[in-house]
Design a protein. Structure first.
Length: 277
């Protein structure tokens, strides 16, 4: 685990988000310690959720190089967070890889060489509306057999909220990132396994979905470092990705705020590359 890389990139992202006074500090830096808090291995489930990697140590791609999480939303398009592809560690021209293996250390894990990427051009310009989305492009036929996830219709979460459909809702977290110790000094164990957990609904804002991830209080889980860009599903519907992991608290013990995909801000970017419902 690259502790030096983690602390450096976390510090830079905290500076980026400091002006967002209604946002917690970020947990979502694409940093060197990389699972889902209080989670369980997915096995073959959520096979359309993958890991974003790059060869940090210039020693070949392995599970050590997990950088972020993301979702297949078209046969050649992988959705993740903009801060996963824009950082001091990932300058323009960085070669990214994507794997949908349930265990990144498995001898059968396949690492797909990305053909390019784009990110929302408004990312970093308006910190109240972070626009933290990126798309990584994959070769034709490289994801054969994997069913892409659906994107939500415009205003989907607003409509659910208006009818009280979110008050007691649970959301599904899926990712490859670190877990987190729940008591005592913060710790972030990592094993390269795709995991899933559930989090309780906390609040809905114009561009953000807020979830509780205090496992001691809720009995549920959350997300942590290396889960950036990973999907949020409404419990009971694992086919529609509603938001992507963006920010949370440093020890991964309290809350997470995720960038909604049903808003004009998100759809304005995504609609340039994929068909929207």
């Amino acid at each position: 685990m690259q502790l030096r890389k983690w602390t450096t990139s976390l510090a830079s992202l905290l500076i980026l988000l400091a002006a967002c006074t209604d946002r917690p500090t970020s947990i979502a830096a694409p940093d060197g310690i990389r699972a889902i808090v209080n989670g369980e291995p997915t096995g073959s489930a959520y096979g359309n959720v993958g890991a974003l990697l790059f060869d940090y140590g210039n020693n070949g791609i392995s599970g050590d190089d997990e950088w972020c999480t993301g979702s297949l939303i078209a046969p050649t398009i992988f959705l993740t967070a903009a801060h996963c592809v824009v950082s001091s560690y990932t300058p323009a021209g960085t070669q990214f890889y994507v794997s949908f293996a349930s265990d990144l250390y498995s001898t059968t894990a396949n690492y797909i060489t990305a053909t390019g990427y784009v990110y929302d051009p408004q990312f970093g310009h308006d910190q109240a509306k972070l626009h933290d989305l990126a798309l990584v492009f994959l070769p034709e036929n490289s994801t054969t057999g994997i069913t892409p996830l659906q994107l939500p219709p415009a205003g989907y979460l607003d409509q659910l909220s208006a009818h009280g459909g979110l008050n007691k809702a649970l959301f599904i977290n899926v990712g490859y990132g670190t877990s987190a110790t729940l008591t005592g000094p913060p710790g972030w164990p990592y094993d390269g396994v795709r995991k899933t957990s559930k989090s309780k609904f906390m609040g809905l804002q114009q561009n953000w979905l807020g979830l509780l991830m205090n496992s001691n209080a809720t009995g549920q889980g959350g997300d942590c470092y290396g889960d950036s860009g990973g999907p949020k599903f409404l419990d009971g519907n694992p086919t529609m990705v509603l938001a992507t992991v963006t920010t949370g608290d440093y020890p991964c013990r309290a809350t997470t705020w995720d960038w909604r995909l049903d808003t004009p801000a998100a759809r304005g970017f995504l609609g340039n590359y994929v068909a929207l419902p």
